[in-house]
Every structure is written in C-alpha cells, then in structure tokens.
Design a protein around this ligand. Sequence first.
Ligand code: PEP
Length: 256
Amino acid sequence: MARERAKLVVGNWKMHGRIEQNAPLLTEVAAGASALQDVGVGVCVPFPYLAQTQALLADSIVRWGVQDISAHAQGAYTGEVAAEMATDFGATYAIVGHSERRAYHHETPELVGAKARRALDAGVTPIVCLGETLDERECDATERVIGAQLEAVLLMLSEEQAARIVIAYEPVWAIGTGKSATAAQAQNVHAFVRSKLAEKGATIAHVPLLYGGSVKPDNAQELFGQADIDGGLIGGASLKSQDFLAICQAAQTVLQ
Ligand code: PEP
C-alpha cells in the first residue's frame, strides 16, 4: 500500500544563505526534526556551506546534500563539483535536473541521466526533478514531457540503480510562484510516474516520489495525504525553520 511508505521532506535552499543565517536555521531544523518518526528530513545547501552543514547536522537525524553535481568523476571541468567531493562532506543527496538548471543552464534529459548515474556511482542519492511548463500543461503534453524526462534517466541506470533514486515532480509553473498544483493534479502525475516506474520493475515502483512547487505549511498535509505522494521538495519555505518543520510535521500527521 502506498500509504505505508515512509515520508521524506527535503529542503532546497537554492542560492540562499550566509554563514551567520545558516547556523540558527540548521540548528533549529535539527532540533525540531528530532521529534519526528517515519519522516526523513534533508536539506540541500549551496556547495560552500557543506562543511558548516555537516558540522551542525552530524549528530541529528537530518541528512544533507547539494543542488547539482557534475556528470564527470574528475578532470578539467572548471567550476564543476564532483559527487565524490560532496561525499567528502557527508552528503547524502544531490538534486539533479532541477527546472532552473534545465532552463538556465540548458541541461538536457541525457545530461540529467548522466548526473543521476554519476551520483549513484559515488554513493549519493540523486533527487531527480521532473516537471512540465505551463504551456506544456495547457497543450495536454504533461505526461509526454514527464514520461520523456523520466525515460532519459532510466535509460542510463540499471534496475538496481534505479531502485535507489528519489524522484521529485515539480511543475515549473508552481515553483516559487505561490501557485501550488492542486492535490489532485499532483496525485495524477505521481500516479502516472509510478506506473511508468512499475513498467521497469517492481522494486523501482517504490522509489520515493516527492512533490515540489510552492509547498507551504497550509497545503502540505493535503498534498502529502495523496496515495502516491511520498513527501516534498521544498524551496522557499525551507528557509524558515518554523515553516519547514511545520511541513515535516504535516508529513508525520498523514502517517498517523
Ligand atoms: C524548488 O525550488 O525545488 C521548489 C519547490 O521551490 P518552491 O517551494 O519555492 O516553489
């Protein structure tokens, strides 16, 4: 049963944070998360703050990660960061294929697949983002777009590798806009993604499927209560400990 899967809530700080602001945020999240059961919590921070994050979260249940990763293991790739470098700082997660990377850095579905594979090879769990634009939704192309983005990633992975990824469905029109998908819209796409995963193998069908896009304390519970929504990838609201913890608590509430 879908409802038996544990929930996972991961913050995506994007390009926000400063050393001084991060410390209370991380400390408060660590303290608040300690009261949760069956809810995994993570934060994906800018690369320069990995060491600070590791130091402040090491003794907590909160995991941490990065927001992108190179498709290469090492070499002459100026400005890129290898997955192993993130593991040097204890990173558990790497977001790959966020719509901001696809749009502003022209990342192709194939590159996103290569990044997911590289992360897995390095022992990092990729959080693979999928999402359609508003135009694509309005042309009824949502399933075609999401299906193609997903397929490009799965093509790069063995069944064993695919079973170790996390997927985040993030409609582009809902990210940072304050306009979340309705619970029914999100559930429909999640069910579609789950069916595509099931075609690839029974173990893959159970990977965590997160919803992202303007999740807030007041809409989290309804979203997380959907059968195929296993938690959330949280942007803006992850920068305020109270909001982020309230969203984590919503994940806990739907499990009770
Ligand atoms: C995101 O950037 O992954 C995201 C979901 O942002 P927000 O929650 O701010 O819409």
